[in-house]
Write a protein that binds this ligand. Sequence first.
Ligand SMILES: Nc1ncnc2c1ncn2[C@@H]1O[C@H](COP(=O)(O)OS(=O)(=O)O)[C@@H](OP(=O)(O)O)[C@H]1O
Length: 497
Amino acid sequence: MKLQGKSESLDVNMEMKPSTHLCEGSRTCNQSTKGDKNSQRSHVGRGAMRIFLCVGWRLVRRVDQGANEERRGVNTSERTSALPGSASYRSDPCWRKKHVVKVSVIWRPAGDQLMGCGGCRVRLNFGKVLSKVSVFLTMVLIFTYFFYCLTGLCDSAPRTLYSQQGANGGYDNVDDRSQVLVDFRPPPPHHPGAQRQLHKRTASADALQVDAEQQQQQQQQYEQGSEKETNSIPVSNTYGTKKLPNAVIIGVKKGGTRALLEFLRIHPDVRAFGAEPHFFDRFYDRGLEWYRNLMPRTLDGQITMEKTPSYFVTKEAPSRLCTMNCRTKLIVVVRDPVTRAVSDYTQTLTKNPGLPSFQSLALKNSSTGPVDSTWSAVRIGLYAKHLENWLQYFPLSHFLFVSGERLVSDPAGEMGRVQDFLGLKRVISDKHFYFNQTKGFPCLKKPEGSSRPRCLGKSKGRPHPQIPSEVLQRLRDFYRPFNQRFYQMSGQDFGWD
Ligand SMILES: Nc1ncnc2c1ncn2[C@@H]1O[C@H](COP(=O)(O)OS(=O)(=O)O)[C@@H](OP(=O)(O)O)[C@H]1O
């Protein structure tokens, strides 16, 4: 500690030795070095608190001493006797030989500015009239900052919507279960109106939560790399408004709808409900407000989306959707109807291993007769028929047909078309994907700050059972005219024949 004269700036030079010094002989420290982050944090917090209390004590004492000395007319050389190592310095209760902090105090002509910490050097300029009170207040401020941040409380400080997206990737909402919980999580207790909103939760909202959670269990999500929001308060949740969807992925089941939605969700201007709301087929009687409430909040310029593949084959869905908004953009992911039927069957077989064989379900008269178009796995593939129903309510220009095959072979190319159709800036590109050899499908590269890339869950890309080739051929022949018709109606040849 160097004293160079009265009314000069005070340099406090703190050297922090490696944290082992902070913890010497401490049981807590031994635990913390084993990886207990919280314990480490609180230990650092305690260490910092100790350092600052010590420095503060010395500063207050120094100011007091300076003032007394001045009153007594003590000169500079006398003051420097209190340098580190001197007898009076060592008598300071803060000072211990093995202590991690070395404090040097230099008085310089008043610079009158309080500097922050840079390279562990804090420069405090004091004017002549600096009182103990101002030093004390400064210490209180610094202490408060360290207390909050080093004990981890800063983690819950509000973040902007974009930073939250960034932190979780904008890729964050791949875990639909957590998304549902975020959507229905009550506001934090300090939030104005929290109690009011809690009481406003209706029975139908509670029922929805159950429905949505059940759906989550059925849906296979991005199981790898789904970062759980454990500790963060969903502050961004209070921004924006819940709007009815501008665009809906209406089909088709097993076409690749989940992959499309999850790929779209990495776009900063897309917000989507993670689960399948089934509003226009199963829950229409719950009303539009119920439906709107399911949606995530959006800011101006962001679009709201959802996906429910069964809409495409639901007779009432087009009229209902048009009643909501006839300008809604509709996306249909289509896939070779034969492969789609096998995929559909595989899913049911997984849930019900006692299911009869594919051929006995697809063909009438114990596999000898014609194709059974009443079996849902076959019926869903009659794309032309379902589209006819939709075209009674929506013009063709409102549809985008995405190739399920190309979504696997060229995800970035197909996503380019989707972004154009939705009027979005082309943000999602090649750089977001990689082909996962184990999975046999494209996956999303790991977002910044995340340790793992993200592939769809186990229920996507399951191996299909072996189906006799003649059965598959019968199905191909059956679908051919429907496919041709669909190519004409949509103006795209998907090359399934
Ligand atoms: N990237 C990626 N990863 C994994 N799977 C992918 C991907 N892209 C498309 N697909 C295909 O999506 C098929 C499932 O389609 P859906 O998501 O529409 O199924 S569901 O209707 O929501 O149950 C699924 O069908 P199966 O292969 O039969 O499991 C996949 O072929």
